[in-house]
Every structure is written in structure tokens, then in C-alpha cells.
Design a protein. Structure first.
Length: 248
């Protein structure tokens, strides 16, 4: 079961740390409700207590509150945040489109480059989605890619530029990195680092009827990643908004 940490306001007669099961969108979480204290030392102790209780009940991954700064206490308990890399990669094509729109760049004529160490299923899916939306898609791989190019041309009548130069990658309006590239000077208007959990996600939302059933104050990316992984929501139900830099 996935854990969930929720901050609560002080309330007379209630325990400082409470553990109970809760369901959100039909997915069960083991929730640790932690009374928030203005004193950092006290709050660290409470988080550590919550982490131990969650781990004792078999939890290994947790959805954290937004802007959570007590990861060290949870790590000491053997807990880690729910990973978001799968969610990031599933949203890559929509994310690029939102980033281009935010900068006033025409999506259809934009050059979108994808760089990856190998041709994984996630890369194939992303490149296929991009090729159906953008006229110029560049694919940079360590090896392979010829069969995918032939398949896209055969099935959809679209073409990829396979094996672009560094200059061509640098000149693309959008660059999607599935793996780190220390040899590139990345200055593209839209850049997605899909290998980096620390890279800021764009604002994400669900349809209103679903959004109101998700707890407030939690890390948005982690919560949606957990729900998506469990099949409680589908990638197509997640919308990317604006309001802060998207893909920089």
C-alpha cells in the first residue's frame, strides 16, 4: 500500500500523529495525519514517528505534502517518495505543446528534438505522439531508430530526422531529454529533463469531478503518479496548465 502524509491543524484531544486508511478515487492509502507545529524540532520528531508507523505496516513509498522538507526523517525509516518519472514521460508530448504555447511558438511548425540512450517503449510512444502533432521531429539515439522511422512513414505518412547534429539539437524550439547529456549546451526555449525528479513539473489538474476528491496540500505530481500507476486515473484525464514556467 502507498502511504500518504497529511498536515493537520492542532485540535484539542486529538493525537499528534494518527494512522488510518483512506480511499481517494477508489485507491486506498495508509495515511499519516501529522499535527503541524511551528517548531521545526517538534515537527521533525512527529514526522519521524509517522514514518516509523508507516514502515512498520509495510509502506515503502509515500505521497508527501507540498514543499515537504523532512525527507531525511523519512529516509531514515526506509521510506521514499512516490516516483514521478513514469508520469513525466507519459505527459511529455502534452508538456511540450503547453510549453510552446506559453512562449507563443507555433506548435505545428516547431522543431521538437528527442534525445535518449535507447529506444524504449516510452520513447517510441512519445516520438509517435510528437510526430502526429509537429512537422519536424528530430530523434537522437545512441543506436537504432531506423525501424521506427519506417513504421511512422508507413502507418502515418510522417518522417523523422534520425541522428541530428548537435547544432540541430541546439536550434530546436523544444528538446526532450530522456537521459542526461553533459555534452550539450541546453538553451532551447522549451526543455524537458525527463530523467530528473527535481525538474519542476508544470501545473497539473484533473477534471473538476475528480479533482475535488483528491486531498489538498499534497505533492501534485506524486499523487497523480500514484493514482495513475494504480489505474485509478488515466493519463488522458490529466491536464497541463500554465501559470509558471513550463519546461525550462
Amino acid at each position: 500500500m502507498v502511504g500518504l502524509i497529511l498536515w493537520t491543524a492542532p485540535q484539542k484531544g486529538r493525537k499528534r500523529v494518527t494512522i488510518r486508511e483512506q480511499a481517494f478515487l477508489h485507491m486506498r492509502f495508509l495515511c499519516a495525519e501529522v499535527e503541524r507545529s511551528p517548531h521545526g524540532t517538534v515537527l521533525r520528531r512527529r514526522v519521524l514517528s509517522a514514518g516509523k508507523k508507516l514502515r512498520k505496516q509495510g509502506v515503502a513509498r509515500v505521497v508527501l505534502p507540498e514543499d515537504f522538507s523532512y525527507g531525511e526523517q523519512l529516509e531514515a525509516c526506509g521510506l521514499r517518495p512516490v516516483p514521478t518519472l513514469g508520469l513525466r514521460r507519459a505527459l511529455a508530448a502534452d508538456w511540450v505543446q503547453a510549453g510552446l504555447a506559453e512562449r507563443g511558438l507555433p506548435a505545428a511548425g516547431a522543431r521538437v528534438a528527442v534525445s535518449a540512450a535507447g529506444l524504449t517503449g516510452e520513447v517510441v510512444r512519445t516520438v509517435t505522439e510528437l510526430a502526429l502533432r509537429h512537422r519536424y521531429v528530430l530523434l537522437d539515439l545512441s543506436y537504432g531508430g531506423e525501424e521506427l522511422c519506417r513504421q511512422l512513414r508507413r502507418e502515418y505518412g510522417v518522417s523523422l530526422l534520425l541522428g541530428p547534429s548537435r547544432d540541430q539539437l541546439a536550434e530546436a524550439e523544444a528538446l526532450i531529454l530522456f537521459d542526461a547529456r553533459s555534452d550539450l549546451s541546453v538553451r532551447n526555449p522549451v526543455t524537458l529533463r525527463l530523467y530528473d525528479e527535481e525538474f519542476p513539473l508544470p501545473p497539473l489538474s484533473l477534471p473538476p469531478a475528480l479533482e475535488e476528491r483528491v486531498p489538498e496540500g499534497v505533492n501534485q505530481g506524486q499523487m497523480l503518479a500514484a493514482l495513475r500507476e494504480a489505474g485509478a486515473i488515466q493519463t488522458g484525464q490529466i491536464s497541463i496548465g500554465t501559470g509558471r514556467a513550463v519546461g525550462t
